[in-house]
Design a protein around this ligand. Structure first.
Ligand code: ATP
Ligand code: MG
Length: 644
């Protein structure tokens, strides 16, 4: 009968008769020799094996055993040999007759006990050395059905052990570990059984992907804790609106790593986005709108108008209300009246619909932001900012705010933070709509500025269009893949490895014991296993290698938890999702001075709600285009524009 690649699971008879022959175990031989030579060594062996399971390195154990063993042999060897000779004589003599008898057994047991004590100085280190010997790889792989059962049993045991270990490690607030290893090949990250991001890894790009409820936020909180531990500035964007407690969790985790840190929260506190020169502010404001090739002219108009308003002679602009006032055509002309060169440009802009058009849209934007970005503090004024945006409730306002905030954070990382390491963590990347462009740019370019970025999402598809996904996956230095129904694209990042595969010969229901071995490439991450990963476990993919790990959940000390709760707003406070404005009188004051948007020019309706596009007024100069859809943030919305 010819060899069969996947034999059916054998019948009970076949299972027994065809059981794949087990390999003679070198361990058994070693155990018998050690038992006779130095009985205590078996206990040391068991202890050494336990230490290896708990993460001890084999070479450390081997050295720890070999050096005292050699010393004991040199010092005690001759006396041990004499003792052995006397003991054998004693046993034989003790039996009385010189022939085996019951009395002989008693004497032998007593002698063995004495022998165990006498040889302990050699036996203990010898046991450790024996434990350090790596298990022999079977020359022939075991059949798949045997392998699977053995693997499942081993995985179950390992999971329980690792979950307990992770809980213990989570309570140690000096631990630099992200998780506990469940096996893999990311050697650079492993210290014993701990998975520890190497230095500066938090200054690089991370992706966290997995289905809902699998532990992405818990992992984000652990990353927050690690940022705190290495005194790294952290900005967290919670795009889900603050309903899942991320703000509190991450605040607590960051404070657990850095107890004296200054943590601020948006929109509980307002942010100041008016820092930097006029051009920097112009750049972040124009990020609010999507620009297609057709609207390039309007982009120039908007940039010019904003530059003139923000850069006009006098003190810098410090609020949205002031910017609106400055964009009033009459006021802008007056501001530049002493600079003839620029004045003619202002007059040209003010003559047609261009300047009023920009004025309307900026007014709407400022109304949407509601003074939330006119505060006194910015990224540099805290060690950790947690930005909660009500993306689901007020998606357009949230989108506009996020675009400006991310552009401002980019300016902070590139120009304002003077080398201070920082990290941007975006929970639920797919919810940040239009801000994704800035986030992707940051992820690609942050490395030079020592700024890392973590984006979390529910699947590879959540990363955006094919092009965006490609950019993100190419730039990511570390990917954490949690349980996912569609792991293929991410799992492929870990590549494949060559494994031996056996084909067994069967005779009827029985295996004959003959096998053929071939090697084949197998994906390092088994997609079926990735679909079944338990909550809190992830596959870490780094530079084509993978490591399964249990993410450590940081145990927050009660005092830190209370502090974090107080910072976020306490339990009595209504959830902040749903508004961009902090419920404070100060906020009301800040927005009171906001001028009403000017009346729309004839034939043009003022946008009733905050704009997501700077959709130009009809003009003959450019081919008309449809404005992007509400929110403007859907990936590739520019591409959907059609010439008419
Ligand atoms: N590493 C972990 N250790 C222990 N428990 C965990 C771990 N990760 C997740 N959990 C448990 O699973 C729950 C859900 O986790 P988490 O909120 O982090 O998932 P998520 O992926 O962020 O979900 P969503 O997509 O809904 O935001 C947690 O409340 C926690 O009880
Ligand atoms: Mg979450």
């Amino acid at each position: 009968m010819s060899p069969q690649r996947h034999p059916p699971a054998p019948s009970p008879r076949g299972e027994h008769a065809g059981e794949f022959p087990t390999l003679p175990s070198g361990y058994l031989v070693a155990a018998i020799v050690l038992l006779l030579a130095a009985p205590v060594s078996l206990l040391a062996w068991a202890a050494g094996a336990g230490a290896i399971r708990a993460g001890a390195r084999r070479w450390v154990l081997a050295l720890a055993g070999a050096i005292p063993m050699v010393a004991a042999l040199v010092l005690l060897g001759p006396s041990l040999a004499r003792t052995a000779a006397v003991a054998v004589g004693g046993v034989v003599g003790g039996s009385g007759t010189g022939r085996p008898s019951v009395a002989f057994l008693g004497a032998a047991a007593a002698a063995l006990g004495r022998w165990a004590v006498v040889t302990a100085p050699v036996g203990v280190p010898a046991g450790l050395v024996a434990a350090a010997v790596p298990p022999r790889e079977p020359a022939v792989p075991r059949p798949e059905w045997q392998e699977q059962r053995a693997r499942q049993r081993e995985e179950l045991r390992a999971r329980k052990r690792v979950a307990k270990r992770a809980d213990r490690e989570g309570g140690d607030l000096r631990s630099p570990a992200l998780g506990i290893s469940l096996g893999g090949s990311v050697d650079a990250w492993r210290i014993g059984d701990l998975v520890v991001p190497p230095p500066r890894q938090l200054g690089l790009a991370w992706l966290l992907l997995g289905a809902p409820g699998v532990g992405k936020s818990t992992a984000s909180e652990r990353l927050g804790y690690l940022c705190g531990g290495e005194r790294r500035h952290l900005v967290v964007i919670d795009a889900k609106g603050g309903h899942d407690g991320l703000a509190e969790g991450i605040t607590a985790a960051f404070l657990a790593g850095w107890p004296d840190a200054r943590v601020r929260l948006f929109p509980n506190e307002r942010l100041d986005i008016w820092r930097g020169g006029p051009q920097a502010v112009v750049n972040r404001l124009v990020e609010v709108w999507d620009w297609s090739a057709e609207s390039a002219y309007w982009r120039e108009v908007a940039m010019t108008a904003l530059r003139l308003a923000l850069g006009q002679p006098g003190p810098p602009c410090r609020s949205g209300a002031e910017l609106c006032a400055r964009l009033d055509p009459g006021r802008l002309v007056r501001a530049w009246e002493h600079e003839p060169g620029t004045l003619s440009l202002v007059q040209k802009l003010a003559k047609g619909d261009d300047l009023p058009g920009v004025h309307i849209r900026v007014s709407n934007l400022i109304a949407a932001l509601g003074g939330a970005l006119d505060g006194d503090a910015s990224w540099e004024d805290a060690d950790c900012w947690v930005v909660t945006v009500p993306a689901m409730v007020a998606s357009r306002d949230a989108d506009a705010a996020l675009r400006v905030l991310l552009a401002d954070y980019a300016h902070f990382t590139m120009a304002r933070k003077s080398g201070r390491p920082s990290h941007l963590l975006v929970d639920e990347f797919s919810a940040i709509g239009g801000g994704r462009r800035s986030a992707i740019d940051l992820l690609e370019r942050g490395r030079g500025a020592r700024s890392g970025v973590t984006l979390s999402g529910q699947s590879a598809v959540a990363l955006g269009t094919e092009e965006e996904r490609g950019r993100l996956l190419a730039a990511a230095a570390a990917v954490l893949l949690f349980r996912s129904p569609q792991p293929a694209e991410i799992a492929a990042l870990a590549g494949s490895e060559r494994v031996a595969e056996g084909a067994w010969q069967a005779d009827g229901d029985d295996l004959t014991g003959r096998a053929t071995i071939t090697t084949r490439a197998r994906a390092r991450i088994d997609q079926d296993l990735a679909r079944q990963l338990p909550t809190g476990e992830a596959e870490l993919i780094v530079a084509g290698h993978r490591e399964r790990l249990r993410i450590i959940r940081t145990a927050i000390p009660p005092a830190t938890a209370t502090h974090a709760r107080a910072l976020v707003g306490g339990e009595d406070r209504p959830p902040i999702g749903g508004t961009l404005r902090p419920p404070t009188p100060a906020d009301a004051d800040a927005t009171r001075g906001l001028p009403a948007p000017p009346a729309a020019p004839q034939g043009q309706a003022a946008t009733p709600s905050p704009p997501a596009t700077l959709d130009p007024p009809p003009a003959p100069r450019v081919r008309q285009h449809q404005p992007p859809p509400a929110g403007g943030g859907s990936p590739g919305s520019d591409r959907e524009h059609r010439e008419e």
